[in-house]
Write a new protein. Sequence first.
Length: 136
Amino acid sequence: MRMRRKPWVRTELAESEFFIDNPLENIGKWHKTFKRTKQPMHLELGCGKGSFIAKLASQNPQINYLGIDIKSEVLGLAKRNIEKEYLKAKREIDNVLLTAYEIEIIQNILNEKDKIDRIYINFCNPWPKPRHNKKD
Ligand SMILES: C[S@@+](CC[C@H](N)C(=O)[O-])C[C@H]1O[C@@H](n2cnc3c(N)ncnc32)[C@H](O)[C@@H]1O
């Protein structure tokens, strides 16, 4: 997903209560980082603009959601989408966290103490192109 630079993203994410700036510090502590500390955690890899996690999290207060994407630019949009959905649901944002990280090295930020009950991967990229098809 190619994106124009958004000058507001860095400040908004830095000020957001549900954006985790240094996920390395959270290894083994994700459950305790949520405001609701004693409930299952679901993970979305490559959450992009956050439309999926925003709807799900705002409608399921009994589950904690962690959204990870490599691009801060899209996480800025995810943050805004989450705020919009919680406003609609008239709920405090207490069961969702976002962080920017490369999921190929996700073992640096999650360990066995960070029990995850479900993983979502929606429309991952890169999309295979026709030219990538094996030729005989
Ligand atoms: C096609 S978009 C889909 C976004 C979202 N899941 C959706 O359904 O709208 C794929 C997303 O995965 C992210 N992504 C791709 N490779 C990644 C990686 N190695 N680590 C973390 N995120 C990655 C991209 O930045 C992008 O936001």
